[in-house]
Design a protein around this ligand. Sequence first.
Ligand SMILES: Cc1ncc(COP(=O)(O)O)c(C=O)c1O
Length: 373
Amino acid sequence: METSIFDQLPRDCWVNIDTGQLTENMRLLIRAAGVPALAVVKANGYGHGYENTARAFIAGGASYLGVANLAEGLLLRRAGFNAPILIMCAMLAPEMKQAAEADFEFFVWRQDHIDALREFANKASPARVHLKINTGMGRIGCWPYEAVELARTLSQIPGVELKGLATHFASAYNPTIPDTDKQIALFDETIVALAAAGIRPKIIHAANSSGAFYYPKGRYDMVRFGISMYGVPGEMINLPEGVKTALSWHALITSTSILPKGHGVSYASEYVMPEEGRVGVLPVGYVDGFQRVPKNVNSVLVEGQERKTLGRICMDQCMIDLSGFVDITGKEVVLLGKQGDHEISVKDIAKRWGTNAYQVYCGISVRVPRRAI
Ligand SMILES: Cc1ncc(COP(=O)(O)O)c(C=O)c1O
């Protein structure tokens, strides 16, 4: 399986994925956390490719894969992955039925989930569910005080296995605010209340990457690792030694020309040549995920030098400053990654675009082929 049909097609703009590094990252993170890992490979493996990431993280020791929805889960199953897969976003009842039939695990927390399970649960192949508690994220999950009753009901439905108990941290990336401690305290109270009712789901889980490293208490039985596996440290914490990013983004210069002083570049002539100079064209635009941000904040690495993009990023192409260069049509440039002594990191780009590393990676469109190296 490929991430998209484009992975198999020729293209002069592509992403390299160091899958060996992803495996190593997983291995190091599991060792540091000391508990089993669910590898979050949703959103095309945070832009790194479903298959590349699922294979690499399982090789690195992940026991579970985490996806956003049924379609992502099916994609992985069709590619031959038979590890347990947890669907992590809210689903409507008909999808839950399909998910159970296809042997996915999923979160439940509402009465209509219980009603649906009663209808479709099948003793021959039990639906494995995780009760999700909202301890502060305000997204999905029951209130902590509802947990015992729901867990008891779930445990009594024939054909349902209450396999997990979970919550999600809203602010674990920032340990200077007390929110995560409060969430952990609420979750702990819920675990105790369930235990008092004689219920102990097999896997209790809460932490994402920053949760795992800022709050060792929040690791419980399993950590749901995402961004750290892709090598991106949190705002205020370093990752274990040896964990590194694994994605670089490349393009070939498809044309160059010399434009005179005063000539506009790209739509609306937002950039005007201050002097005569060479301008290069790259086959990458906002459709590929190279954002159309104002004020020429984008840059790329050319022959080991950082060069600005000029004017607006177009849908499929953009222009770069090649003043001082001869016609280097066909040369490779780096949009994200290292060339010579220079690096444009995912965090550099996130800062320019006013977003985070997650969105930069996930935003690289499926039209850009992923090449596993
Ligand atoms: C439920 C859940 N768990 C874990 C993660 C992984 O988070 P991170 O990438 O911050 O490690 C996510 C990511 O969005 C998530 O939605």
